[in-house]
Design a binder for this molecule. Sequence first.
Ligand SMILES: [Zn+2]
Length: 239
Amino acid sequence: MKVIREFLPYFDERPHGAKVRALVLHCSAHSAAEMVEVLRERELSSHYIIDTDGKVLQLVSEKKRAWHAGQSEWRGMKMLNQYSVGIELSSPTLGQDTYSSEQIASLIKLSRQIIRHYQISAVNVVAHSDIAPTRKPDPGKAFPWQYLATKGIGLWYDVNNAAKVATNDVAELLKIIGYDVSDLAAASYAFCRHFVPQLVATDDDVNHLVDNVFPPDFVFPKAYLSVLKACAYKYGKLL
Ligand SMILES: [Zn+2]
């Protein structure tokens, strides 16, 4: 696939022995061109940007550690920049409106290459919101996780498996999937953003959304416990 290279100097070496084990997906309300400028101003980076028309830009070599995830945790991995490749998608509503088919087609091609090259486990294809649930809402409730799972990118659940999981403890179930549950409201809401997006409110003000990532009093609704359990089954395998 055609990739436009526009390298930024904001990266460093991956720590010795740190293998790429995760793919972190983001979105930003800027166009690709604006995003490059914003990253420059903030001295940040990601490996790739995909514009709304499907155009792919590479900013950092996959061999290097790009600076996209910040403080983060998933399945015991901390600070995921060292273990991951990061892809940003341009999305004016921060992933609250459907992504364009051109953009998703490019994402599928690029993600498949990366997943195959590093043998990334499907459990480690994650949203920025999954690994930083108190801070980040991206790539948003409209991100097509279920569709991508049919293309070999990430996982989706089969609700018929819910009964195979014994525990009903929300924190325990989220932990099995991979979430850091030190803020249970945040982790529960991040789970909804990924797997039960109809429970996530739409926010027409993107700036407000960025500052109010989750309702601090959010409690995971019991009516959706079977979805959470089915996910834990899929991600846990051991139960
Ligand atoms: Zn992000």
